[in-house]
Structure formats: C-alpha cells, structure tokens
Design a protein around this ligand. Structure first.
Ligand code: IDP
Ligand code: MG
Length: 132
C-alpha cells in the first residue's frame, strides 16, 4: 500500500470545508491512517515548501500556510500518490477537471484548499516533516 500526504489548507478550514473534503477523500477509497490539526510555524512552512524558496510567491505562500489552522492527513491506497493528485486536480482551479477537490472548493491558484504529495520521494519527506 502506498502512502501520500495531504493538507487541508487554511482557506478551506476557514470556510468549514474540512468535512466535505474528507468525505470526498473517503468516498475515493483512501484510508485515513493519521490525522492532525496544526497551526504551522513559519519554519515548518518554509521547510515544507523549500523547493519554492526562489519563487516570487514564496513569501505569500508561507504567510498563507501559517495564517490559520490546517488539517494534515496521511492517506493510504494502491497508487495513492498519483490517484490523490488526480482527485485534487490542477494547481489553478480554473484548469482543474470537474469533480476534483480544487475545482469544487479552491478560491484561486494560491488559495487552492488542498495539498497532495507529487512523488514517492515528496510523500516520504512530507510525512516525516509533519508526522515525524
Ligand atoms: P501544487 O500544490 O499543485 O503541487 P505547486 O506548483 O507545487 O502546486 O505550488 C505549491 C503551492 O504554492 C500551490 O498549491 C499554491 O498554493 C501556491 N502557488 C503555486 N503557484 C502559485 C502562483 O503562481 N502564485 C501564488 N501561489 C502559487
Ligand atoms: Mg507541488
């Protein structure tokens, strides 16, 4: 069984969408192995998004991810990483397919409601940052 890391981001927790998003995750046969609600510190958010540290949106991304509570989930399923990226949809909700979490709930490209690991290496790294 493969594992992936999901984060329900501050724009979604703020709008009371935790239940709706977890419902979609469970309906798509992901098992919730671990779940935690946290307010990320700046240093954790910077470490988590280190690959984007040179991007122009880095500071606003860290500000946003530390602006409120997030829900961190370790999910398990066959082909979890690829299947979860499909379920969340493209980064920009305008490009996301119908039926995806971002198409349904995201506000825009920056405030896009959910994170999903993009590779096995990222999943292992992100699980260890957020679950230790
Ligand atoms: P992903 O979340 O679909 O993997 P990435 O390109 O890895 O997308 O970007 C990480 C996060 O950074 C995005 O989910 C979004 O919150 C934010 N982000 C990405 N691109 C932009 C941008 O052009 N402007 C502002 N925020 C962005
Ligand atoms: Mg990414």
């Amino acid at each position: 069984m493969e594992k992936t890391l999901a984060i329900i981001k501050p724009d979604a927790t703020e709008r009371n969408l935790i239940g709706d998003i977890i419902k979609m995750i469970e309906m798509n046969n992901f098992k919730l192995k671990r779940i935690n609600s946290v307010h990320m510190t700046v240093s954790i958010a910077e470490e988590f998004y280190a690959m984007h540290s040179e991007k122009p949106f880095f500071k606003s991304l860290v500000d946003y991810m530390t602006s409120g509570m997030v829900v961190v989930l370790e999910l398990e399923k066959n082909n979890a990483i690829e299947d979860f990226r499909k379920l969340i949809g493209k980064t920009n909700p305008e490009d996301a397919e119908e039926g995806t979490i971002r198409k349904k709930f995201a506000i825009d490209k920056s405030h896009n409601s959910i994170h999903g690991s993009d590779s096995l290496e990222s999943a292992n790294r992100e699980i260890s940052i957020l679950f230790g």
